[in-house]
Design a protein around this ligand. Structure first.
Ligand code: 4GO
Length: 233
């Protein structure tokens, strides 16, 4: 899968994308994530990419031309038009279901807004979907784009150590993850639950399933209700 991040802050994105599991996945060619500097495509001789909002009001708005030309150059390079996603609080809130769906796309482009946002006509002209990572406002779309890119990267074959990893965990079964422990067996007077040291795999599986259900019921009644509904069918 290839993901292109259209941004005024490519270094910020590269810093995050070069580390840890996503960094290794990129180096191993398991996922192709690139950044594109929107400012490189402005026609303005001073390099401007934003201007004051018509009708007045706070802050600056990103102009359509640099973003449009940046996206066109990407389409030319790819020889195809990737699905373009704009990260915004107005978007559909991201879920693991949505991540699974987007992970099927061979090419995705992620547009990061800054300042007070992007001229609406650009969104109408080229944006396919708006996605939000949650109901809060950030100073830019870079962190949400990086969240989405990370979630997509870990779905690609070979990125996680074991392919079953992401089928067993939270949100896949629709339940929260069970608690996990590692050495030492006792720490600050707290013991690891005996069952996990028993080597009895059927009991361990049953304990983990019960923990998942209990946590979900306590912490996420919304997810628990959806899970029970799904189980009844
Ligand atoms: C996305 C973008 C929040 C999200 C953003 C989110 N804030 N909840 N800010 O996914 C346009 C200018 C949007 C700053 C951007």
């Amino acid at each position: 899968m290839r993901i292109d991040i259209l941004t005024l802050f490519p270094e910020m994105c590269e810093a995050v994308l070069s580390e840890s599991i996503v960094g290794r996945a990129r180096r191993e060619g398991l996922v192709d994530i690139r950044t594109r500097q929107i400012r490189d495509y402005t026609d303005d001789k001073h390099g401007r990419v934003d201007d004051a909002p018509y009708g007045g009001g706070m802050g600056m708005i990103m102009q359509p031309q640099p973003i449009y030309d940046c996206f066109q150059s990407l389409c030319d390079e790819l020889g195809t038009r990737p699905k373009l996603i704009y990260l915004s609080p107005q978007g559909q809130v991201l879920t693991q279901e949505k991540v699974k769906q987007l992970a099927q796309e061979p090419n995705l482009a992620l547009l990061c807004g800054h300042y007070e946002g992007v001229d609406e006509r650009l969104l109408e002209e080229i944006v396919d979907e708006e996605v939000s990572i949650g109901d809060y406002v950030l100073t830019g779309g870079e962190l949400p784009a990086l969240v989405l890119a990370d979630a997509l990267a870990r779905m690609q074959p070979g990125v996680l150590s074991d392919d079953v990893c992401f089928t067993e965990e939270s949100h896949f079964s629709g339940l929260l993850e069970y608690p996990q422990y590692t050495r030492p067996p006792e720490w600050r007077g707290r013991a690891v639950p005996d069952v996990l040291l028993s080597g009895h795999h059927a009991n361990i599986d049953a304990w983990r399933a019960a923990q998942s259900l209990q946590r979900t019921a306590e912490r996420r009644p919304d997810l628990f209700a959806a899970y029970e509904k799904k189980e009844k069918q």
